[in-house]
Design a protein around this ligand. Sequence first.
Ligand SMILES: [Zn+2]
Length: 404
Amino acid sequence: MNDHRRLGRELDLFDTDPLMGAGLPYWLPDGAVVRHTLEEYVREAERGAGYRHVYSPVLGKRELYEISGHWDHYSEDMFPPMKLGGEEVLLRPSLCPHHALIYRSRSHSYRELPLRIAELGGMYRSELSGVLGGLTRVRSIQLNDAHIFCTLDQAVEEARAALALIRRAYADLGIRAAGYRLSLPGEGNKYVADPELWRRATALLEEVLEGIEYEAVEGEAAFYGPKIDVQIVDRAGRESTLSTVQIDFHQPERFDLHYIGPDGAKHRPVMVHRSIIGSVERAVAHLIEEHGGAFPAWLAPVQLVVLPVAEEQYGQAEKVVRRALDLGLRAEVAGPEHGTLGARVREARLVPYVAVVGAREADGELAAVRLRDGRKPGAVPVDELLHRVRSVVEDRDAELWAAA
Ligand SMILES: [Zn+2]
């Protein structure tokens, strides 16, 4: 079974410690590489789509969440406030309120819209310890979040563009969307009471979903509005939400946001909330299970392992690794001190490229190449090997060794 908790520990990706606490995993170096690479991928995709990145603090005053509505509608999922001098501060349950304040801190003309603010930032959820496990239910979450402040006329197009960004990321990451869900409010006082707001936002999301097959589900909306959820299914068949797109009339109202229109008057912007990969923790958990630890080459913690057959080829193997590192690749030497050649090849079974350097290869600046999928391109000039690996990584190619 590809349980990400088992694989995460076996592959030295992440772990937990009772002293750090349940639901608070830490990332080991190989896991940190995967996470960092994923975060950089997201930032690059966002930059290309016109987003600007910000940083904002993980704490906020209680009043902030009273304004946003979290305090009234979401407090069960929040950590209790901390008293600090005369005020109360909270670990934030979402990034939205901070981004609303960032928008509000400057005046905006309609010419600046849509204004797309993105952040990979921390947020916290007071999950009960009974449901915690691995990276899927955590108390400390790194969220890939963004808020698009736009005019009403731009909202549907912005939400559609966000869905397109999600689809492209899934293709690059090898993630399969199990389905699209239109999440609507259900019974109870979890949701803000404003029927007109719900009706308008739902109508716009239905427009976004035109031509896409989806299921409408009650009781899954955010407290402030309906959302489009992109669902994934894990290896055990459990469904969960990874990515979301929401159109929100509520927060702009609560924070009294505005922009100056062509008429010189103040107008209310619409806020589109969207997340491409959701939380980094859940995305990595899914990637671990989906690929059984054999990440696509561009995400792999180690992309190339060089194995000198004997001590005499150690220097040559180190030279190959040095050149790979200079090209921005992640490569290491596994010498005879790590066991027999057969044992070292088995140890590297999840590494996309293994290059064996014996006496014959060392003399000819060659390496005997083995791919993770079992193919053996044989003795290849080191130059050609490094060039191929680099181009597969740069193009985020799923094919490790295309026919020349
Ligand atoms: Zn938000």
